[in-house]
Design a protein around this ligand. Structure first.
Ligand SMILES: [Cu+2]
Length: 685
């Protein structure tokens, strides 16, 4: 109750200021956007309300719907996107899966800034440092298509932040947001403010989220699923000249007391800070619309098991990373029929994680290990993309990326640890990564577009795959050891996409095949013994000969009169490892269907989600089958204006029938939340 009062007070304080909605998408913002051409992005999910209403092409899209109704937190938002799933270890910081592939294989960035989580158990995927209120859009790409983002074999996720808006007529704007979720008795509050004056515009936002343990579909409390976090952002744009902008972003995120019921450990705190500085101008020599960017970020993560009962041996596992980098991107030429864009980028990163084990018997000595032994990594890349319109029906785009990477460890202790395996980490491993793609786009009619894509890409092993030391994986109950001598992983990516669009009906589909070579996978090593008590054995990362993934997504929207519509989406992936056995943690077929009924300016949205059972399980990963389930949700939405204040109310109930279910790829035996009543109130002035 006190929290609601605080929020109402905040709303009131901002309310008495002479504030107005930031309705105009001004030239400066669209100019900023025009600088951000990436070659191929499968889905660009626009999150800013104003963006969507101002952009006819995006309006009425499927992503538009989810932004509005599932934008309460980033996990929920990502989870319903075509081709994306969220793997959970608890009720916080889900790990995005792109077509069943986890964050080891794709490139994650925030405004093009590379960032690496500091947890050896992946408790802190980069998405967990971003809040929906600060997002303008999310770029999702799959496979080896998006070469400008970096070198990955499963695609990329890039989070674009909302920018301050220059608006001389309405120099102030603000909004506040309050959310309540009954299943975890969780309250979220957020506030943001935009101010512009003369040559300066800035935006500040703050978010606080706190949840208790949630209840699963059997009515059982899921212990250690609580969390609390603060997120705060300051963005500043300075107009150096009429057509030159200097832009600075700061993001801070502090999570504390986060429980991970599926893992044996929790988080005392996880702190991240990001700094980015960009300069945008119309031209440097031959380069049109260049953006120059410098950035730095760091993450501190403290993981322990002090709150758990019946622990045989207590452990402390702190980790940290810091990353610095920069890029220059722009167009070498851009005309009405063709365009050549390029990007030069560089980053270096440092990762260290340790583990101290404290035996209950005080006579025994503590044990200490470096699980990430001061890993250092540098990467420099060059990307080029060329688009050419052939005629009214045909165009093609082609591109390449070359990246040079250096990886090594700078710890003598780490070197000693590796000598057990007859390996060394101090000598520098260099890799040349290559990426090529070509896409043919055929538009025989205005209502139909078909795209054929061919791409090839490579990635270097992750820090854990290359240098991780006895990292315990609860999913298959093995300790994992990295191999410094791993080769790059390669993916040959084929895809066909079709879109049919009339005024009432949109159907889009994607069918893909990934043919991996040297697919990196943990392989059981009978000659080594596990360090973790109770673990079954040791797995070492190896380049397995091949892996294959097939699958696709279909989504469609049918608009009725009066603003009502149907949405349907379907996603499916089939994965096979080097011995033609199923790959682990692959999601089964999933179908979503919803009807959005408009009545008197409000919307009522019944929704059903069906997930098939997953019987294709990986024995090597100790996987078990997962049952099929049905979920039913009901949402309501109402927006209205009072004077110049905009109100939006979202509410509803999720998992109406309190179904006890889990996603196949989730960690542990943990069930997802049962019935949840939620309400969200947004106020914009
Ligand atoms: Cu952790």
């Amino acid at each position: 109750m006190r929290r609601i009062k605080t929020l109402l007070t905040l709303i009131y304080i901002y309310g008495v200021l002479p504030l107005f909605a930031q309705e105009d998408l001004l030239a400066y913002e669209s100019w900023l956007d025009s600088m951000k051409r990436e070659n191929y992005i499968a889905w660009e999910v626009m999150l800013d309300d104003l963006e969507i209403t101002d952009n006819e092409k995006k309006n009425g899209s499927i992503a538009d719907h989810y932004r509005k109704y599932n934008g309460r937190d980033i996990d929920q938002l990502l989870h319903c996107l075509p081709g994306v799933g969220m793997m959970r270890r608890g009720n916080f910081a889900g790990e995005p899966l792109l077509r069943g592939l986890n964050s080891d294989r794709y490139v994650v960035s925030v405004e093009g800034m590379r960032m690496f989580g500091a947890c050896t158990d992946k408790m802190d995927p980069v998405a967990s440092y971003i809040e929906p209120i600060n997002l303008k859009s999310i770029d999702v790409s799959f496979g080896t298509q998006n070469n400008m983002a970096g070198a990955g074999t499963a695609g990329g996720l890039n989070f674009n932040l909302r920018k301050p808006v220059f608006n001389t007529e309405r120099p102030y704007a603000a909004s506040a947001d309050l959310i309540y979720n009954s299943v975890s008795n969780g309250f979220d509050q957020s506030v943001d403010v935009n101010v512009s004056k003369n040559k300066l515009a800035f935006r500040l936002s703050g978010v606080h989220r706190k949840a208790q343990n949630y209840l699963d579909g059997n009515g059982n409390e899921v212990r250690y699923s609580q969390f609390e976090k603060f997120n705060y952002i300051a963005s500043l744009v300075y107009r150096v000249k009429e057509d030159q902008l200097l832009s600075f972003d700061f993001i801070g995120d502090d999570a504390r007391d986060v429980g991970y019921p599926a893992l044996p450990m929790d988080v005392a705190y996880a702190k991240a800070k990001m700094f980015g500085l960009s300069y945008l101008l119309p031209r440097i020599g031959y380069i049109k619309n260049p953006e120059i960017k410098l950035y730095h970020n760091f993450v501190n993560h403290a993981m322990d098991d002090t709150n758990r009962d019946s622990v045989v041996m207590h452990m402390d596992m702190p980790g940290r990373t810091h990353t610095s980098g920069g890029f220059l991107k722009g167009d070498l030429f851009s005309g009405s029929k063709s365009q050549l864009a390029f990007k030069i980028d560089y980053f270096n990163t440092f990762a260290r994680a340790e583990m101290t084990m404290f035996p209950n018997d005080s006579d025994q000595a503590e044990m200490f290990m470096l699980t990430w032994p001061n890993v250092r990594r540098q990467a420099a890349g060059l990307s080029m993309n060329f688009d050419q319109k052939m005629n009214d029906n045909w165009m093609f785009t082609t591109g390449l990326r070359w990246e040079n990477t250096v990886s090594f460890i700078s710890s003598d202790f780490g070197e000693q640890q590796l000598s057990v395996f007859d390996k060394t980490g101090k000598s520098k491993r260099r890799n040349w990564l290559q990426n090529y793609h070509i896409n043919f786009i055929w538009t025989p009619a205005t209502s139909f577009e078909s795209t054929l894509m061919l791409a090839y890409g490579e990635r270097i092993p992750t820090i854990s795959e290359q240098f991780g030391y006895y990292l315990y994986n609860v999913a298959d109950n093995h300790d994992y050891v990295g191999d410094p001598d791993l080769k790059t992983e390669k993916n040959f990516h084929l895809e066909v996409r079709n879109e049919y669009k009339t005024s009432k009906l949109t159907i889009s589909s994607a069918l893909f095949a990934y043919l991996f070579r040297d697919y990196i996978l943990g392989i059981y090593q009978p000659e080594y013994e596990a360090m973790t008590l109770g673990a079954e054995g040791v797995k070492m990362y190896e380049n397995t000969k091949r892996a294959t993934l097939f699958g696709g997504e279909v989504s469609s929207r049918y608009d009725l009169n009066s603003g009502s519509y149907f949405l349907m989406s379907l996603k499916y992936v089939y994965g096979r490892d080097f011995e033609s056995d199923p790959l682990p943690q692959i999601p089964p077929l999933k179908v979503n269907l919803l009807y959005n009924l408009g009545i008197h300016g409000a919307y009522l949205t019944p929704e059903v989600e069906w997930s098939a059972d997953q019987n294709r399980v990986s024995q090597k990963f100790n996987e078990r089958k997962t049952n099929s389930y049905w979920l039913f949700n009901l949402r309501v939405n109402k927006e209205f204006f009072q004077n110049k204040t905009r109100f939006e109310i979202n509410g509803g109930v999720e998992n109406i029938f309190n179904v006890a279910y889990r996603e196949h790829y989730d960690y542990g035996n943990i069930l997802r939340p049962g019935r949840n009543f939620f309400v969200q109130i947004k106020v914009g002035i």
